[in-house]
Design a protein around this ligand. Structure first.
Ligand SMILES: [Zn+2]
Length: 83
């Protein structure tokens, strides 16, 4: 019987488009917070920062958040189709 981890599950980021489910080369925690903060690799379009999906070409938008200790992190918050 495997012990249940008390830590957040690390998983590969999946495209947030319901129709796509493409895999992106980033690791995230349960709530889509980047495990290793690679937000600097995100592309930017004006104020929007995003990871382009290799499968559908849409945008997985990255937002800056603060954790409970006030540290700045990044979270993939929602999906936008490519304009
Ligand atoms: Zn996609």
């Amino acid at each position: 019987m495997a012990a249940k981890s008390i830590h957040s599950q690390i998983r590969v980021l999946r495209c947030l488009s319901n129709d796509c489910d493409g895999m992106l080369a980033y690791e995230v925690l349960d709530d889509n917070v980047l495990y290793i903060d690679l937000a600097y690799l995100a592309k930017s379009d004006g104020e929007t920062r995003y990871f382009p999906c290799p499968k559908c070409g849409g945008r997985n938008v990255v937002e800056e958040i603060e954790d409970a200790k006030g540290a700045v992190k990044h979270r993939v918050s929602h999906f936008q189709t490519s304009p």
